[in-house]
Design a protein around this ligand. Structure first.
Ligand code: PLP
Length: 397
């Protein structure tokens, strides 16, 4: 059988693949502590669950408008105004099946074959693949821990070419936890303002920002740039609703309309009662969001301290999201059971085999010297998992 050409480069998401491997080991009776996951370990808030249950009973079990319920788009417009100082009309907003789906739609409607899309690295695994699926060329700007995993306007300027169609910014960042300050975003906005480049700003971790930093959307910094910004967000991370599959974006009306047409010919609407749950998440009490962020800070501090105490691992302090991204290249060349570890995939494999701890190799994010450990896990799991990682590293020769 001959599959379409684009499938030759299509691989499953590495993070989902590792979670699947961890689940498979558990199913075989191994006790695995899973730090590979990209979802909060908290339950979806009760009020949201009740709203969706009620919605099902009330008949929200049929198709809705393909671009999302008008009431949800209105709630999103109000949320963006209230929390992000961004004014959009409901027709500038579309609801899709998770932020991943939003980003896929955007790649499809913005990118022509050969168009370049700039992606600062380390990057979320899915961005380059989605650009490639649209026929575009992902142009990675590498950054290091010493640079805080952030690009500057000066660096960005060097990567802009006549073929640049867009840039994907992600602050707070998965996997590094880097958070851009308003000044740093202003620096980027100044370089981007007079170009025709679209700015896709993925703000899905907006509520997980620590150390007194403030989440700011680049779309607020320049009215000219806002005309080419698409603000991507969703309820997955902030409200622990990863399985509900509700994400959204706001941006120029023509881009949103094109996403709407694509969606009406592909998935149709996101699940009707999940959309009602999302309305409750955005308009109901917000305590759970703050409680979750407070728990994450405590865990982050614990994990970073523990990792830095392990010989061969050095972990910068992430300022957002719920991941640590320690440097592990000092472990390359060390040996266990006759096997020499030579890259991030082998280190992660070793930790899964020897310690029963699942992490994600940095390679998946374009940074082979690192691995990603999520701290969206209970304190007990973190303590026991880090004890095991420490012991497994000590066992290396
Ligand atoms: N963007 C980033 C940076 C993410 O880390 C994720 C999920 O891991 C998503 C988007 C996708 O979120 P959703 O579950 O809403 O599709």
């Amino acid at each position: 059988m001959k599959l379409a050409k684009f499938t030759r480069h299509l691989k499953p998401s590495e993070t989902l693949a590792i979670s699947a491997k961890a689940k498979a080991l558990r199913a075989q009776g191994r006790e695995v502590i899973d730090f590979s996951v990209g979802e909060p370990d908290f339950n979806t808030p009760d009020n949201v669950i009740k709203a969706a249950e009620h919605a099902m009973a009330e008949g929200f079990t049929k198709y809705t408008q393909a671009s999302g319920l008008p009431a949800l788009r209105q709630a999103i417009a109000e949320k963006l105004n209230r929390e992000n100082n961004l004014q959009y009309e409901p027709e500038q907003i579309i609801v899709s099946c998770g932020a991943k789906h939003v980003l896929y739609n955007l790649a499809m409607v913005l990118v022509d074959p050969g168009d370049e899309v700039i992606i600062p690295g380390p990057y979320w695994v899915t961005y380059p693949t989605q650009v490639e699926m649209a026929g575009g060329v992902p142009v990675i700007i590498p950054t290091t821990a010493e640079e805080g995993f952030k690009i500057t306007g000066e660096v960005l300027r060097r990567y802009l070419t006549p073929a640049t169609k867009g840039i994907i910014l992600n602050s707070p960042c998965n996997p590094t936890g880097a958070v851009y300050t308003p000044d740093e975003l202003q620096d980027l906005a100044e370089v981007l303002r007079d170009t025709g480049v679209y700015v896709i700003t993925d703000e899905i971790y907006e509520h997980m920002v620590y150390d007194g930093l403030q989440q700011v959307s680049i779309a607020t910094l320049s009215p000219e740039l806002k005309e080419r910004c698409i603000v991507v967000n969703g309820v997955s991370k902030s409200f622990s609703m990863t399985g509900w599959r509700v994400g959204y974006c706001a941006g120029p009306a023509d881009v949103i309309a094109a996403c709407g047409h694509l969606q009406s010919q592909s998935t149709s609407n996101p699940t009707a009662f999940a959309q009602v749950g999302a309305i409750e998440a955005l308009t109901g009490p917000q305590d759970s969001v703050h409680e979750m962020a407070a728990a994450f800070v405590e865990r982050r501090d614990f994990v970073v301290d523990r990792l830095n105490a392990i010989d061969g691992i050095s972990c910068p302090m992430p300022q957002g999201a719920f991941y640590t991204f320690p440097k592990i290249n000092a472990l390359f060349g060390r040996r266990a059971n006759g096997r020499t570890l030579s890259d991030s995939a082998e280190v992660v494999d070793y930790l899964l085999d020897a310690a029963g701890v699942a992490a994600v190799p940095g390679d998946a994010f374009g940074a082979n010297d690192h691995m990603r450990l999520s701290y969206a896990a209970s304190m007990e799991a973190l303590e026991s998992g880090l004890d095991r990682v420490e012991q497994a590293v000590l066992n290396l020769t």
